[in-house]
Design a protein around this ligand. Structure first.
Ligand SMILES: O=c1ccn([C@H]2C[C@H](O)[C@@H](COP(=O)(O)OP(=O)(O)OP(=O)(O)O)O2)c(=O)[nH]1
Ligand SMILES: [Mg+2]
Length: 178
């Protein structure tokens, strides 16, 4: 089997749909959310207060700074799926063009990079998460099964005479260090 999506074990009875291409020649496999969740708008008073204080050179309490940081934190949407592919391939997670346009949703990491060695890692079995933020002015209720991004398979190149340390991936989101 060259490449494909599978359901992560803990979601096996959760009616998860594997990513799929919406049209015959679509490049992206649409990825659904594995749960209902609320994606809060970033334009919350706590955040605006801190911006106002900075602009007017007022002091801001640590508590309010923390509140603002929490508001600006990307939401990690679980998908319940994992992907296997060839060692020279990567799955790029991209926003849907309707994401920002219709729902104010952006991927704060620009694109997501899913490495082939993320598959079945010991930490989370290789579950793909989609980072999202809501730049719209209203909170958004996202339903389980809503398409929140798309995955595109790509081959990638490596440099000559590379000294690869051959380390095993132990997870994602900073697992390899700072
Ligand atoms: O949107 C994303 C981006 C990444 N990942 C997972 C798969 C990927 O293989 C792993 C590591 O991603 P990346 O290398 O981009 O992040 P990092 O911050 O460098 O983490 P690490 O130190 O684990 O490599 O996290 C996701 O599930 N969704
Ligand atoms: Mg990395």
């Amino acid at each position: 089997m060259k490449r494909g999506f599978q359901i992560v074990s803990k979601y096996k009875n959760e009616n998860i749909n594997l990513p799929y291409r919406a049209t015959k020649q679509a490049a992206g496999y649409d990825i659904e959310s594995a749960c209902d969740f609320k994606l809060p708008s970033i334009w919350k008073l706590g955040f605006l207060k801190v911006l106002w204080a900075i602009k007017h050179e007022k002091s801001v309490s640590d508590k309010n700074v923390q509140k603002a940081k929490d508001i600006l934190k990307p939401y990690l949407v679980p998908t319940g799926i994992k992907v296997h592919m060839q060692p020279n391939e990567v799955l790029i997670i991209a926003n849907r063009s309707s994401g920002p346009l219709k729902r104010g949703m952006i991927l704060p990491n620009g694109i997501g990079v899913i490495d082939s060695d993320y598959y079945n890692n010991n930490n989370n079995e290789g579950e793909i998460f989609v980072q999202l933020m809501n730049f719209g002015i209203t909170d958004r209720e996202i339903k389980k099964g809503e398409r929140i991004g798309q995955g595109i398979f790509m081959p990638f190149l490596t440099v000559d005479n590379e000294e690869n340390n051959g380390k095993t991936r132990t997870g994602g989101f900073g697992s390899s260090g700072k």
